[in-house]
Design a protein around this ligand. Structure first.
Ligand SMILES: Nc1ncnc2c1ncn2[C@@H]1O[C@H](COP(=O)(O)OP(=O)(O)OP(=O)(O)O)[C@@H](O)[C@H]1O
Ligand SMILES: Nc1ccn([C@@H]2O[C@H](COP(=O)(O)O)[C@@H](O)[C@H]2O)c(=O)n1
Length: 239
């Protein structure tokens, strides 16, 4: 049995998902910046499927998998689990969902995560949502989260902040250089943050709404199919 990257090199992986040509949005930001909170809002308003890498890893520990102890130790230390493991979990979740619009929360956490995901799946994100928040605010939120997470203690939180700065910020810079980062000031109340998030997701909705409006109008007028197609292409040139 080879690694997922070896499988990708042999062309054995990524194909089922790739064929579905899914929309992928990476959701990044420091620990406690509010990624999970805002993802829940995006799911509710824009019909994305939310996949949190951290949640998938925690579920893997609970499942009693052979990697469970290793993952648990890494999370306790705020370290990043090898990409092989996390990518397999993400791929499986995407495939099993049968959906085609994904918010991938807390991934890629480092350069290895990023490069391996692109190699294994052959896919890139449409854009990266980056929740920017000062450490003091994130620390306050994590210490008040109260969800019984083993890594929400001050010692591990400080380690997670260091890993974020050293390993995750370079990934954000990588995508920024490609013009793919949508940065949000996450230090505001949840509703204000979501108002900024909406502004990023709305234009796409506008495009779909525009198309649906045109289609329904054309349906009312009983044009020939080819004429409808031509009219749509003329009318939707701005989409
Ligand atoms: N804008 C906000 N203002 C105040 N509190 C917030 C805000 N957004 C989220 N919170 C709270 O902060 C805590 C952390 O939020 P959340 O779990 O969404 O962060 P996260 O970025 O997903 O964290 P992690 O990376 O550790 O999983 C939660 O208790 C949440 O209710
Ligand atoms: N790509 C990832 C994502 C997460 N981890 C580990 O899980 C911990 C918790 O992650 P959250 O996103 O839920 O805060 C994180 O500190 C890492 O230990 C990972 O290894 N790789």
């Amino acid at each position: 049995m080879g690694t997922v990257v070896e499988a990708a090199n042999k062309g054995a992986s990524g194909s089922i998902l790739q064929k579905r040509n899914p929309t992928i949005v990476f959701v990044l930001g420091g620990p406690g910046s509010g990624k999970g909170t805002q993802c829940a809002n995006i799911v509710e308003h824009y019909g994305y499927t939310h996949l949190s890498a951290g949640d998938l890893l925690r579920a893997e520990i609970k499942s009693g998998s052979e990697n469970g102890t290793m993952i648990q130790n890494m999370i306790k230390e705020g370290k990043i689990v090898p990409s092989e493991v996390t990518i397999k979990l993400l791929q499986r979740a995407m495939e099993e969902s049968g959906k085609d619009k994904f918010l991938i929360d807390g991934f890629p956490r480092n350069e290895e995560n990023r490069a391996a995901f692109e190699k294994v799946t052959g896919m890139e994100p449409s854009f990266v949502l980056f929740f920017d928040c000062p450490e003091e605010e994130m620390e306050r939120r994590l210490l008040n989260r109260n969800q019984g997470r083993e890594d929400d203690n001050i010692e591990t939180i400080r380690k997670r902040f260091r890993v974020f700065l050293e390993s995750s910020v370079p990934v954000i810079s990588y995508y920024d250089a490609k013009g793919k980062v949508r940065k949000i000031d996450a230090a505001r109340p949840v509703e204000e943050v979501f108002a900024s998030v909406k502004a990023i997701f709305e234009p796409k909705n506008e495009k779909v709404n525009h198309y649906v409006r045109i289609m329904s109008k054309l349906y009312m007028y009983k044009f020939h199919f080819a004429v409808k197609r031509k009219l749509i292409s003329l009318c939707c040139h701005r989409c």
